[in-house]
Unconditional design. Structure first.
Length: 60
């Protein structure tokens, strides 16, 4: 499931450069978080849940 990522919206002329930079940074962080979440889902899907039975000897 992919998160909805908002596109950068042109800001009003009366907004400060600080607010524009802050919103751009927030958009970048949200985008990177979504990308990391996708990569995590992919890597978790590749984990073989039965692999541990080959690594550890059965307990008597």
């Amino acid at each position: 499931m992919r998160l909805d990522i908002k596109k950068a919206v042109p800001l009003a002329a009366n907004e400060s450069a600080y607010n524009r930079e802050r919103q751009a940074r927030l958009l970048t962080l949200k985008t990177e978080d979504a990308n990391r979440a996708d990569q995590r889902r992919i890597s978790y899907a590749l984990i073989d849940s039965t692999a541990s039975k080959w690594r550890f000897p059965p307990t008597p």
